[in-house]
Design a protein around this ligand. Structure first.
Ligand code: NAD
Ligand code: UDP
Length: 335
């Protein structure tokens, strides 16, 4: 059974490819390396002791997709390839709409041509905007607050219209909460270039002394300690969620939407304190102004993914902190 994984050497993609290979799927990856490095292919092969077929190319480019579908009997696709930085999307909306929408359109058109009608799509909890109540259920009203989020919502709508027009499609839309952590081996993980936007990569740069302190964006939110609350999920759990989704779309036609989180909310301070405790390192921080657009709290109701996919995250916040740091220590040859 051959699965095409777009963006398969990125952060979530690489962990998902490992899970697929460990479960005896054959994997073909296409990635244009705009936010990843080619040697991740070797790391994946080192971890799984299996081979993966890699095509370097842009998913917007139908020629490379045609080549892939001609050369491989693809049964289903997991579509990760996307730009994902919220702030950058506000500055460069055209880049985000062009890349994320074009890639999806080219992919769906080529899939349709080759009669491959099974897809798992990476959406995001950002499509819930500022939810009125918590925890967040899949049937909540959707609204977005930035171009990145809007690309996800538009793609969700494209997929819905596609299914309405042709009931032969099987589509799983996965709305991720906040993935952190890394593979136990320390060989793959997340290591963004420059100053990170997201909390865990920033904490890590403070731990490794590349940055002097963490800016905590606000301590006056309506939460347990005033700092923002999010549903952090270990990336390996998230990767396993894709396996559940693949099994589902191979069994059943239709379109459905699933929250992938843990159902637990942790505050910024709780994450910082846990990181310090399990890694025995000090994280200096300053409380600064709220970041524009941030919401108080966001965590998932995970009942539906459990009932329909049998998915339940198993790793806790301590594992997430240990594995995130372990990856960076290994990358930087730190003790
Ligand atoms: P990532 O940037 O690490 O991985 C995305 C990969 O896609 C990269 O390897 C990049 O080079 C590739 N890519 C981008 N555009 C491409 C194109 N046009 N053609 C070919 N390759 C292309 O990001 P990630 O964190 O692994 O995220 C994967 C997916 O999950 C994305 O769709 C993202 O929007 C979504 N998502 C991520 C998060 C998160 O916090 N990481 C949360 C919710 C949703
Ligand atoms: N956050 C912070 N300092 C940072 C980065 C993030 O205090 O340098 C907070 C942010 O306000 C939010 C939480 O950490 O409450 C998670 O932010 P992240 O950007 O990782 O995820 P998202 O906002 O997309 O949920």
């Amino acid at each position: 059974m051959k699965i095409l994984v777009t963006g398969g050497i990125g952060y979530i993609g690489s962990h998902t490819v490992c899970e697929l290979l460990d479960n005896d799927y054959e994997v073909v990856i296409v990635d244009n390396l705009c936010n990843s490095k080619k040697d991740v292919v070797n790391k994946i092969e080192e971890i799984t002791k299996k081979q993966v077929k890699f095509y370097e190319g842009d998913v917007c480019d139908k020629k490379i997709l045609e080549k892939i579908f001609k050369e491989n009997k693809i049964e289903a696709v997991i579509h990760f390839a996307s730009l994902k930085a919220v702030g950058e999307s506000v500055e460069k909306p055209l880049l985000y709409y062009r890349n994320n929408l074009d890639a999806t359109m080219s992919l769906l058109e080529v899939m349709n041509k080759y009669n491959c009608k099974k897809i798992v799509f990476s959406s995001s909890a950002t499509v819930y905007g500022k939810p009125k109540t918590l925890p967040i259920k899949e049937d909540f009203v959707l609204m977005t607050t930035n171009p990145y989020g809007t690309t996800k919502l538009v793609i969700e709508n494209i997929l819905k219209d596609l299914y309405i027009s042709d009931n032969e499609w099987s589509i799983a839309v996965l709305r991720y909460f906040n993935p952190i952590g890394a593979h136990k081996s320390g060989l793959i993980g997340e290591n963004p270039n420059g100053i990170p936007n997201n909390l865990m990569p920033y904490i890590i740069k403070v731990a490794t002394k590349e940055l002097p302190y963490l800016n905590i964006f606000g301590d006056d939110y309506d939460t347990k300690d005033g700092t923002g609350v999010r549903d952090y999920i270990h990336v390996v759990d998230l990767a396993k969620g894709h396996l559940c989704a693949i099994k589902k779309i191979l069994e059943e036609k239709g379109i459905d939407y699933y929250n992938l989180g843990t159902g637990h909310g942790y505050s910024v301070l709780e994450l910082v304190k846990t990181f310090e405790k399990v890694n025995n390192v000090k994280i200096n921080y300053k409380i600064v102004n709220r970041r524009p657009g941030d919401i108080d709290a966001c965590y998932a109701d995970c009942t539906y993914a459990f009932l329909k996919l049998g998915f339940k995250a198993s790793k806790g916040i301590e594992d997430m902190c240990i594995d995130s740091y372990n990856f960076i220590k290994k990358q930087n040859n730190l003790k």
